[in-house]
Design a binder for this molecule. Structure first.
Ligand code: FPP
Length: 246
């Protein structure tokens, strides 16, 4: 019901802003199809929604914002769509290089970047060097990322250390596993948001989301505005986090 719907700004508790928010940016394709546009137009609108969300979350005082931009499985999509997403990343990186210092944003990439184009790799290296000089919110872009792939790589690394003799199997701990993930040194997400109506994790941050609070919404990602992000945080602020305790 639209008539009479409350539209006032939500009051958030500034003392309980999630330090780390992760988002599965789902629903771009459907957003475009609903408008009779090609799916790639949905990704373009999704890229804008991502940039608006980053600004808003940074203003709220969120420290880490992690987004699922391209999964290890997304290569199965039509070549045109894959190319369009890579093009949007290229465009975003050029913009980020111009604006990161002024907006005080750090950028990191989680995933196997080896199959990316040389130009994307060069842009990423450039953002890495700018990130070394900025101190604000860190944006983690998951690119050619899969949670199982990340855990498999960590297991392989630990096994290699054991074979080399620098580690004993009995000394492998949760901390040592965490330290071999792309997210090493970063706190786990407090809040995981999935727009687009699907109720699944889709191989996203399988280890790191162990105790995250989940917020699911039917809103399609390009329509996720500041008000809906605030609603997700307000829901989070009402949750009691027990981490297995009582
Ligand atoms: C999922 O929606 C979205 C993706 C696989 C791509 C996300 C990429 C971007 C938003 C653009 C580039 C990112 C950055 C960080 C600049 P879907 O296509 O599966 O949607 P559907 O379920 O409606 O088909």
């Amino acid at each position: 019901m639209v008539f009479g719907r409350k539209r006032e700004k939500l009051r958030l508790d500034p003392e309980n802003i999630p330090a780390h928010i992760a988002v599965i940016m789902d629903g771009n394709g459907r957003w475009a199809q609903k408008r009779g546009l090609p799916r790639t137009a949905g990704h373009s609108a999704g890229s804008e929604a991502f940039q608006r969300a980053a600004e808003h979350l940074s203003d709220l005082g969120v420290n880490y914002f992690t987004v699922y931009a391209f999964s290890t499985e997304n290569w199965k999509r039509p070549q045109e769509e894959v190319g369009a997403i890579m093009g949007l990343l290229d465009r975003y990186l050029h913009k980020a290089i111009r604006e990161m210092a002024q907006k005080n944003i750090r950028l990191r990439f989680f995933g196997d970047l080896s199959p990316l184009s040389d130009s994307l790799k060069t842009l990423i290296a450039e953002t890495d060097s700018i990130s070394a000089c900025t101190s604000g919110m860190q944006v983690n872009v998951c690119l050619n990322y899969g949670g199982r792939d990340e855990l498999t790589r960590a297991a392989r690394q630990l096994a290699q250390e054991c074979v080399r003799g620098s580690l004993r199997p009995e000394d492998i701990s949760e901390d040592l596993v965490s330290a071999r993930l792309y997210s090493a040194g970063i706190p786990d997400p407090d809040l995981m948001i999935r727009p687009g109506g699907e109720l699944r994790l889709s191989n996203f941050l399988l280890w790191q989301n162990a105790y995250s609070e989940f917020y699911f919404t039917d809103t399609l990602w390009p329509d996720m505005n500041e008000a809906e992000l605030d609603r997700a945080i307000a829901v989070y602020q009402r949750r009691k986090r027990r981490y297995g305790g009582i």
